[in-house]
Each structure stands twice: as structure tokens, then as C-alpha cells.
Design a protein around this ligand. Structure first.
Ligand code: BG6
Length: 475
């Protein structure tokens, strides 16, 4: 569905995120015919350059990150939409010029692809120069704070100039097609929801494993660690979508209200229920990548999380995420309880059904069911997968999944906040992670080393084994 004519200003337009995600994403949407060629994309950053230089910079980034040919006809049509204004976020230079470029009648959106320390300066100048108005939208990126106090301060800063319904806080996991699919699977099928509770679900595993390390971004990452970088935001969102009650409608506040209830129902994590790790190995060592040989920051975390509500009382959620692991894989596995009684003499303990939702790569679903092993030898049971790959099931459309940013930027223009985090949601997530982080900072403990290319520290295995459960293999 095409969106309305818009003017999108990207602060930080010469930065990495603009090059890697925002500009390529906009180009793909343009190519798909999703927005009118009258729309304008205005880069704003400190560098002094003109429109033509920015267009050349954008073309290079788009070719690099989308594999587009530099002589592509769509690219030639897209580039004239781009303009550039050199702007001083902390001074007055460039703001009048920016104002003169904004067209009345178009949707106005301002993407803050800059360090959070600049959010306040930019918001103030947009308002002060009369560039932003009541129906303008702003888009902000993570990290949204580094604890509850800083997140509250950021929310308060933005709230001075913008209403909550103008603020789009991006968590790019929510833009992933397969993450949105979690809601479709749960709420558009009658099959799963009746079983989706502590009575039938033994436990849930959420895994986001990466093969990359932190080399090249060690100075950011070392101040953050896996809990701030992945758990407080991306993993929390996955947990919410799996655990929340059905919203009454697929509507921004209805969905976000339900997510917030899950976050508020999370129990504090006991020190014995969390394992932190740091990758090590020749040529691939966290302490070298992080540039601090004494760093205690975790590049891996595994934890057992409990949700105190009627639906989930007694069903643990095990979360793990890490860098430099054996494979890149994100998945959610729901292990159901075993049937209470087996009528088959030889089958021993009946096996539990398991539903695995693969978020990336090889997006799809796998439901393990028990069937009879063929043959005359009696009633022998075997567990087999009902496996579906979205790409195969949906044909070309499934194989060509839009990048998270494409979807999210178009939602900003549409004015749909369903897939964006509300201020209270972000604060509640920090309120839960703060004590976990503080307890670690106060302790003298060291993270558990794990070999680069492994499945993580052995300690994490014990987190499961003591509950008579085991992690799924990372592969
Ligand atoms: C980012 C984190 O938010 O998400 C990175 O800062 C991480 O450390 C990335 O690598 C993972 O995103 P994706 O889309 O590659 O799973």
C-alpha cells in the first residue's frame, strides 16, 4: 500500500546506520513503488557538502549494501529525491535552510540517527525554529538510555517538544517479518493459543546467537555488554510477543499495553539463574576486541526468567544470546509437556511436542510430532518434524523478505506506532534489567570464558541441566 508524500530528514545522514540501513531501505521501498517520487529525503549532518555530493555518497552506500548496479535506472530516478543540509546540532547553523526545504502539506518525519546525547539539542532546535509541528514525527534509535534513570531523562527531554504519539522508538527486531509472524501464528490460528500456557508448556527457549564478534565496535560494546545491547531490547520484545495476552485489536496501544504487562510481571533474576560469558581464542578474543584487557563485560548471557502471572506461573523462559558462537541463528522453541499417560507399551516415556519458530536464517516453523514408525514390528513411535520454510511456502515473496528498516520507516510515514516501543515499555524494561546489571557490577565475579566458535560457556549448560532440561543445539 503506497504511503503519502513525505519529507524525511535524516540527522546523522553520513553515519553508518544511514549508509547500511536507512538509505538502502528507502531505495528498496522506492523501487517497489511504495512512495511517490515527489517525496524528499534530506540528509543532515556536520559535514559541509552539497546535494550532489550527498547523492553520490548515498549511491555508493546503496550499491554497496544492496548489490545494485551504479547505472541502475531506478537508482537514477531515486537520487534526485535526495538533498542535503549541513547542520550544527549544537549551534544555529543550517536550521533556517532546513526549514526552507520542508514542504507544507507533506508528512514530516525526522530520523535521529545520532548519539542520544544529541537528541535534546536537535529536538529543541526543531521546535525552536518552528520546523517541527504537532503532527511531525521523530524516529529514535537504540541505545535508548543505559539504565532506568537515563531512559527517563531521555523520555523527559523528548516530551518537552513532542507528544508520545509523535515519537517512534525503533527496535529493529520488531520490523523483522518473522518476528511479526509470531503474532500471526499465535492470534490467527486456533491451534496454538489453547495450549499456550503453563498447563501445557514445559518451558520456552529464546536464542539469538551470532557469529560476529565486537571487533571494530569494542568501544561502544564494552560499555554495554549483551544485557544492554540485546536483552533489554530485542530479546525482551521477543519474550513479550511470545508471552503476552491476546490484544483486543492489532492496534498500537492495545499491543503495547499487553507487552508492558508482561515486562511488569517479570520476576527479578536470581544471581544463580544467570551466566555471563566472554569469548576467547587466538585471533578472536573479546579482551583484544574490546581494547580493555581487564574488561568484565559479557559478550554472552544466558538466564532463566520467570513471569508471575496466571498464564505462565511455573513455566520458565530460558534466554541466551552471544557473540562469536558456532552459528548465526535466532529462534524460539516452545517445549510442550509430555502426554500424561502413554497407551503404547513399548514407547517408554512419551516425548513432548516442540514448536520451533526460526526467526533467522532459514525462516520457518518446525513442529515435532510423534507418529508410528512404519513396519510390522509392533507399535513403535518416532518423533518427526512437520517442517515449513517460509520461503518455500510463500514462493518468491517469502524469499524476498523486506529488511526490518524498510517496514519500520514506512510505518513512520503511515503514522502507525504498533511496531515501535512506547516510553513506558522502555522504562519498564530498564527497571527489570537495572538490578541484574547492578548486582554484577557490585560483584567481583569474572565472566566465564568460552571458545570462539563454540556454543557458549559450559556453565550455561548447567543452568538447564539442573532443571533436567537441555538447550537446543546452536547450528
Ligand atoms: C544490534 C546490536 O542492535 O543488533 C548488535 O547492537 C547485534 O550487537 C544486532 O549484532 C543484531 O541484529 P540482527 O538483525 O543482525 O540480528
Amino acid at each position: 500500500i503506497p504511503v503519502d508524500d513525505f519529507d524525511l530528514v535524516i540527522f546523522g545522514a553520513t553515519g553508518d546506520l544511514a549508509h547500511r540501513k536507512i538509505l538502502p531501505g528507502l531505495f528498496r521501498r522506492f523501487k517497489a513503488g511504495q512512495f511517490p517520487a515527489t517525496s524528499r529525503i534530506i540528509g543532515a549532518a556536520r559535514t559541509e557538502q552539497d546535494d550532489a555530493a550527498f547523492q553520490a555518497e548515498a549511491a555508493a552506500a546503496i550499491c554497496d549494501y544492496t548489490g545494485t548496479d551504479k547505472n541502475d535506472a531506478d537508482l537514477a530516478e531515486f537520487l534526485p529525491l535526495l538533498g542535503y543540509v549541513a547542520i550544527d546540532a549544537k549551534g544555529e547553523g543550517g536550521w533556517q535552510e532546513l526549514k526552507s526545504r520542508m514542504r507544507p502539506g507533506a508528512v514530516h518525519a525526522f530520523y535521529f540517527s545520532v548519539a542520544p546525547a544529541l537528541f535534546g539539542d536537535i529536538a529543541e532546535r526543531l521546535a525552536g525554529h518552528g520546523i517541527a509541528h504537532d503532527d511531525s514525527r521523530i524516529v529514535v534509535e537504540k541505545p535508548f538510555g543505559r539504565d532506568l534513570a537515563s531512559a527517563r531523562a531521555l523520555n523527559a527531554t523528548l516530551a518537552k517538544h513532542f507528544h508520545e504519539d509523535q515519537i517512534y522508538r525503533i527496535d529493529h527486531y520488531l520490523g523483522k517479518e518473522t518476528v511479526q509472524n509470531l503474532m500471526a501464528v499465535r492470534f490467527a490460528n486456533v491451534l496454538f493459543e489453547p495450549l499456550w500456557n503453563a498447563q501445557y508448556v514445559d518451558h520456552v527457549q529464546i536464542t539469538v546467537a551470532e557469529t560476529v564478534g565486537v571487533a571494530g565496535r569494542g568501544s561502544y560494546y564494552d560499555k554495554s555488554g549483551a544485557i544492554r545491547d540485546m536483552v533489554q531490547n530485542h530479546m525482551m520484545q521477543l519474550l513479550c510477543l511470545i508471552a503476552m495476552e491476546p490484544p483486543y485489536h492489532f492496534d498500537p496501544d492495545a499491543v503495547r499495553d499487553e507487552k508492558l504487562k508482561v515486562i511488569r510481571a517479570l520476576q527479578p533474576v536470581e544471581p544463580g539463574d544467570i551466566v555471563r560469558g566472554q569469548y576467547q581464542g587466538e585471533g578472536s578474543d573479546y579482551l583484544t576486541d574490546a581494547e580493555d584487557p581487564a574488561s568484565r563485560t559479557e559478550s554472552y548471557v544466558a538466564m532463566k526468567v520467570r513471569i508471575s502471572n496466571w498464564r505462565w506461573q511455573g513455566t520458565p523462559f530460558y534466554l541466551r544470546t552471544g557473540k562469536k558462537l558456532r552459528a548465526r541463528t535466532s529462534e524460539i522453541a516452545i517445549t510442550f509437556k509430555a502426554p500424561p499417560h502413554s497407551i503404547f507399551d513399548d514407547s517408554g516415556v512419551p516425548k513432548a511436542n516442540e514448536l520451533v519458530i526460526r526467526l533467522q536464517p532459514n525462516e520457518g516453523m518446525n513442529l515435532k510430532v510423534m507418529i508410528k514408525e512404519p513396519g510390522p514390528g509392533g507399535m513403535r513411535l518416532v518423533q518427526v518434524p512437520l517442517d515449513m520454510s517460509f520461503a518455500e511456502a510463500l514462493g518468491a515473496e517469502g524469499a524476498d523478505m523486506p529488511d526490518a528498516y524498510e517496514r519500520l520507516i514506512m510505518d513512520v510515514i503511515r503514522g502507525n506506532q504498533t511496531l515501535f516501543m512506547r516510553g513506558d515499555e522502555v522504562e519498564a524494561a530498564w527497571a527489570w534489567t537495572d538490578p541484574i546489571i547492578n548486582a554484577w557490577e557490585d560483584s567481583k565475579r569474572q565472566p566465564e570464558p568460552y571458545d570462539s566458535g563454540s556454543s557458549g560457556p559450559d556453565e550455561a549448560l548447567r543452568l538447564m541441566h539442573r532443571d533436567n532440561r537441555r538447550w537446543r543445539e546452536i547450528r
